[in-house]
Design a protein around this ligand. Structure first.
Ligand SMILES: [Zn+2]
Length: 253
């Protein structure tokens, strides 16, 4: 059944009624999300609200790639997991939570670290890639695969009292990629080293979900190429226009 001939069921009208009341969303937007596949890298502090809001919103297919397990020190901010999930792979734990939220969704858990070929296999048919990891090596690899397969990505990060969000789309000619933003980052400072205030990751993960819904349904300004910076202490957001680098090793011709 295609989006053109498909209709929402009565239960779906009820479930999504608060969205369908918004003038910007109609049945076609809801049906579009029900034919959407997202690749989510990480199911931690950012991935928690991200996955829960996208599942609640009616995004249909999820591929969750995480290779670590839930630990007690995660529970301060990774609210998709609970005490019973300690020791469980995070993709499996996240799957349990979001399937309880919405049984209409499909979740594929990928529990191992993927190389470029394997990552390409999963990403190439996705509508959007969502990245929330503090590992630059993985971010560069995902960026390379997204650039080659022409799949858009939304990256989020948070540390201490600060966070950032960056939307990239290789199908938009002027769009920078992640390596245009950070050409040769190598030193990672992680939450386990520097700490993070839990609602800060919540704000950024929620913004990532919001940007994903806007991008997938094509409503509003998707803010491609704009680096959005949040400082929780001042309560301020700043937006920086990031230009595509002519000599970028990943996206320049
Ligand atoms: Zn680039």
């Amino acid at each position: 059944m295609t989006v053109e001939t498909e209709k929402l069921t009565d239960e779906q009208w009820l479930r999504y009624s608060r969205h369908l009341l918004l003038p910007q969303f109609d049945q076609s937007h809801q049906l579009k999300l029900q034919h959407t596949t997202v690749f989510v890298y990480g199911a931690g502090g950012l991935g928690s609200p991200l996955l829960m809001y996208l599942a609640a919103r009616g995004v249909k297919n999820f591929i969750i790639n995480v290779f670590d397990t839930v630990e007690i020190s995660n529970l301060q901010r990774q609210i998709i997991h609970n005490q019973q999930s300690i020791g469980l792979n995070k993709a499996q734990s996240a799957k349990q939570t979001i399937e309880n939220l919405n049984s209409d969704i499909n979740v594929t858990c990928v529990e191992q670290k993927l190389d470029e070929t394997q990552l390409t296999h999963f990403v190439k048919d996705c509508d959007l890639v969502l990245v929330g990891t503090d590992n630059f090596e993985s971010r560069y690899l995902i960026n390379k695969v997204c650039t080659q397969t022409k799949v858009a990505q939304i990256s989020a990060a948070a540390l201490g009292f600060e966070g950032q969000l960056f939307v990239m789309d290789p199908n938009t000619q002027s769009s920078p990629c992640y390596q245009c933003l950070y050409p040769d980052a190598n030193e990672e400072i992680t939450c386990s080293q520097a700490g993070v205030l839990s609602p800060v990751v919540g704000v950024l993960g929620t913004m990532q979900a919001l940007s994903a819904i806007k991008f997938l349904t094509k409503i509003g300004d998707s803010q491609i190429g704009k680096l959005q910076l949040f400082d929780a202490l001042s309560g301020q957001w700043r937006i920086i226009n990031v230009k595509k680098r002519e000599n970028c090793v990943t996206c320049s011709k």
